[in-house]
Design a protein. Structure first.
Length: 634
């Protein structure tokens, strides 16, 4: 592709500009990278200053490796003014240099253009928020699959770009997605929740080449700040909620909120899609703020806000919620959404049914259309709009926990916006059996037999692994399990090292309040002392006046712990905790302590992850595998 074709949009973007250009815009660009080690002949090298690495220092290496164009927002390091001066003739003759005011945005735009704006050929849904992104994305993907819509998936757990789930232990950055040898490879990992801008557009293009019609992606706050999704043409942007997380990166909640808001103000608004939707949680404090701030911009930016919640003020809402160990059941009402979309249609003076949702089509059916499918407004007045009768869908889901009602509502609202009918929404939600590591019930066979054909313990507890690693997420999961647990609730968890320290005592406080037994352990301590992390968690649990029991995970201590557990029944509201830094021992202790089918064990923090990071070393470790190993299930 010609350099001129890659950069022309930069010159037409209102918040990005080229400061200076030297060289030839007519040169061919064979590839793009922001890593000088991956530059080959004919490549464009995008240099920028990051949090840890300033790739401007490697411009000289990129040139020596074959770069024919450099794009940057500053010149420093080995590619300094003196380097330019000493190599002036060579640079002018063979290398084009583009200086922009924002290299991250420029990298995203040229990556998009290199793949011919692939998002325009897909229905693209982006989901942001602290909690619920993964589950919501899996729900939408399940709805699309049920409706026969080939769908791609990009998120925390895995990538699905050819119609198959993709995960592996290789460096994704070393793989060229569109190489013939990798095109049908269904074995590439999810490294970041949201990939680098070039890789993201490469994936979207691969989805197009594989005849997929939609893409559902999780959009992290880091990716929004780092402009990884800048320039992507979204149809739907979803906001799930905002609670404390990543403050080691964002510093405060206001900055965190502003980062999430970028998905709407900086990305959705600039999408070239004909119709765009902002799906927002109406029951979340920051969601309500976002609705208010975006409402002032709605008409100017050609998008529609769809709200969801469990109160009737939302466009779609849930009523008659039933929750147990088998999952959820409730009524999903959407008549408010129909009323809103009917009003929008009348004001818009016409729609195209191939683009709009089934809810819009339902509303449009009540209006008078001409032969061109345009609404005749001659005798229509907005004051004449009458609310439709109550309309609802019966939702049955295998997912546990009332908080998953919100994820189901978010997925349903997104599906409504993209023409999926009620039946496929309902069936698609029911079809999703579980989400890896999200209150995932570990299947334990109560009829397990040992080598002598003797039946093992038939009174086995409910055991769940979950990814909850924030105070709000842990609170939600424990609260949900507390409601459905008739006897003891046992929680095993730790906190990651080199991450936000402020949430540690808060997580301890929630565990101490809701769990009968809390076992504090390690969870990716990284470069921190695991015991220091545990002490910070413990400071929170002590606020709940929870009794401490010493236990090292050996059989004598476990028996002592079980004796203390038996006393819990005799003392109302008595909770206990212990500390076992070794996560394997902590899990075993929890499973030993659970001796009834009425008990529940929650192993939290890792979920789908299958590794432990201690220092700079990353070793294999899976909570789920530890549970299966304990019960000798293969």
């Amino acid at each position: 592709m010609k350099l001129n074709d890659l950069v022309q949009d930069i010159e037409n973007t209102d918040d990005l500009k080229i400061i200076s250009f030297a060289g030839n815009k007519d040169i061919d660009i064979n590839g793009i990278s922001n890593d000088s080690r991956k530059i080959s002949k004919g490549y464009l090298f995008a240099a920028r200053k990051g949090n840890n690495i300033d790739s401007n220092k490697y411009i000289k290496d990129a040139v020596e490796n074959g770069a024919v164009c450099i794009i940057t927002d500053e010149l420093s390091g080995s590619f300094s003014e003196s380097y330019i001066r000493n190599n002036k003739s060579n640079i002018k003759g063979n290398i084009s240099i583009i200086i922009v005011d924002d290299a991250l945005k420029a990298y995203a735009i040229i990556s998009r253009n290199f793949f011919n704006r692939p998002a325009m050929k897909l229905n693209v849904i982006g989901i942001t928020g602290t909690n619920g992104k993964t589950t919501t994305s899996y729900l939408i993907d399940s709805i699309f699959n049920t409706a026969g819509i080939p769908s791609g998936l990009i998120g925390t757990i895995d990538y699905k770009i050819t119609g198959n789930i993709i995960k592996k232990t290789v460096d994704l950055n070393s793989v060229k997605i569109n190489d013939n040898k990798n095109k049908n490879n269904d074995d590439i990992p999810s490294i970041n929740t949201t990939p680098d801008a070039y890789m993201l557009n490469d994936m979207l293009n691969t989805m197009v080449l594989n005849n997929l019609k939609s893409c559902v992606m999780e959009v992290s706050s880091h990716s929004l700040v780092q402009k990884r999704v800048y320039g992507i043409d979204f149809d739907v942007a979803v906001f799930t909620n905002l609670t404390r997380d990543h403050l080691d990166y964002h510093k405060d909640m206001e900055s965190y909120f502003q980062a999430k808001k970028l998905l709407f103000t900086e990305v959705l608004f600039k999408s070239l899609k004909n119709k765009k939707y902002a799906v927002i949680n109406n029951d979340d404090e920051y969601g309500m703020r976002l609705i208010k701030e975006l409402s002032e911009l709605e008409s100017l930016n050609n998008f529609i806000i769809i709200t969801y919640g469990i109160t009737e003020r939302a466009d779609i809402f849930a009523k008659d919620i039933k929750s147990n160990t088998q999952g959820l059941e409730f009524k999903l009402y959407y008549n408010n959404l129909i009323n809103k979309l009917k009003y929008k249609e009348i004001n818009a003076r016409g729609i195209n049914n191939s683009v709009y949702s089934s809810a819009i089509n339902t509303a449009a059916a009540d209006c008078n259309h001409d032969n061109n499918n345009n609404i005749n407004n001659n005798d229509i007045n907005n004051n004449d709009i009458k609310p439709v009768d109550e309309k609802f869908i019966i939702i049955k889901s295998n997912l546990m926990g009332n908080y998953n009602v919100y994820n189901i509502l978010a997925a349903s609202a997104s599906a409504f916006a993209l023409s999926v009918d009620n039946e496929n929404i309902s069936k698609g939600i029911s079809a999703l059996l579980s989400v890896p590591g999200r209150v995932e019930k570990i299947k334990i066979d109560n009829n397990n037999e040992d080598n002598n054909n003797n039946k093992k313990n038939t009174k086995l507890p409910l055991v769940c692994v979950d990814y909850a690693h924030t105070d709000d997420a842990l609170n939600r999961v424990l609260s949900a399990l507390r409601e459905i647990t008739s006897d003891k609730l046992i929680c095993v968890f730790g906190c990651g090292g080199d991450r936000d320290k402020g949430k540690r005592p808060m997580m301890g406080k929630h565990a101490g309040k809701l769990a009968d037994i809390t076992i504090i352990t390690s969870d990716n301590p990284r470069n921190e002392n695991p015991l220091s992390i545990i002490e910070e968690i413990e400071s929170g649990i002590k606020e709940e006046n929870v009794s401490y029991i010493s236990c090292d995970g050996n059989i004598e201590d476990i028996n002592l712990l079980k004796n203390e557990i038996m006393k819990i029944k005799d003392i109302k509201n008595r909770h206990i905790y212990t500390i076992i830094p070794d996560r394997e021992k902590a899990i075993k202790t929890a499973l030993f302590a659970a001796c009834s089918e009425k008990d529940t064990v929650l192993i939290s923090g890792k979920g789908h992850e299958d590794y432990m990071i201690i220092g700079e070393n990353k070793t294999h470790f899976s909570d789920k595998e530890e549970v299966l190993k304990f019960y000798d299930i293969h």
